[in-house]
Write a protein of this length. Structure first.
Length: 253
């Protein structure tokens, strides 16, 4: 998989969920296709983003025995491997620099408190879930309440037109990696954004300000099968799409 070309070339930038990532991702992928490593490509794109304050380095630069998050905090350098997972992680640092920096700060604060243990505590677990699988949703109360209640009929059928008032952007790099090969079961941990502005920069600033370890420990997420979002997958135009209870699971008693 030289320079990550084999995996990154499989990204379909036309899919709706990658719309916010298309410009910077396309710029980076063009450089990878031209022969640059992912590290080189991400660093070149980072030069176009004043808000990005990190540099990408090969994974081999991470010293043995040093925690990944601690290394980023201490050096401002992000160890990066070739492949989709770290490619999308790099793009997240470019697209959501304030949120990624805040997550890093919260991780390091937890490391200082508890050290590096074989089993992560609830705060670091929640931070990892957020980093890998979060999506940000701005939506009317009625839509959010249906999502939290797992009332799929209301959320996707009865309230389908209300989605025009919603703004959803995917953040987690592991989830974005999975969606390169879309499957119905891929589910986001949705974090509600209460900002009235919906640009990526505004959402980034709001989330970074709102995030805390204390809040994340309460698991403030709603579960959303991503391909159920109206307009994101042709098959969901048929209401029967949502009858699959193995994906659109009923709420727990």
């Amino acid at each position: 998989m030289a320079n990550g070309v084999s995996s990154c070339a499989s990204i379909d930038w036309a899919v709706p969920w990658l719309a916010p990532w298309r410009v910077l991702g396309g710029m980076a992928l063009q450089r990878v296709a031209a022969g640059e490593s992912q590290v080189q490509a991400l660093n070149q794109v980072a030069l176009t983003q004043e808000s990005c304050q990190v540099q990408f380095v090969p994974q081999t630069d991470l010293p043995a025995g040093v925690a990944y998050e601690q290394y980023i905090f201490d050096t401002g350098q992000v160890p990066t491997r070739d492949g989709l997972h770290d490619f999308f992680n790099g793009l997240a640092w470019l697209q959501f620099p304030l949120t990624k920096r805040r997550l890093n700060q919260l991780h390091v604060a937890q490391i200082a408190r508890t050290g590096i243990a074989p089993v992560r505590g609830p705060a670091r677990d929640a931070l990892t879930v957020f980093d890998e699988n979060a999506a940000f949703l701005q939506a009317p109360d009625v839509l959010w309440e249906a999502l939290v209640a797992k009332n799929w009929q209301a959320l996707f059928v009865d309230l389908r037109s209300v989605w025009q008032q919603a703004h959803l952007v995917l953040f987690g790099h592991a989830m974005l990696e999975k969606l390169v090969s879309p499957r119905k079961a891929i589910t986001a941990h949705v974090y509600r954004v209460l900002s009235t502005r919906s640009s990526v920069a505004d959402v980034d600033a709001w989330v970074a300000m709102d995030l805390s370890a204390e809040k994340l420990v309460t698991k403030p997420f709603a579960h959303l099968p991503v391909l159920g979002v109206p307009g994101w997958w042709a098959a969901n135009e048929d209401p029967a799409f949502y009858a699959d209870s193995s994906v659109f699971r009923p709420p727990r008693p």
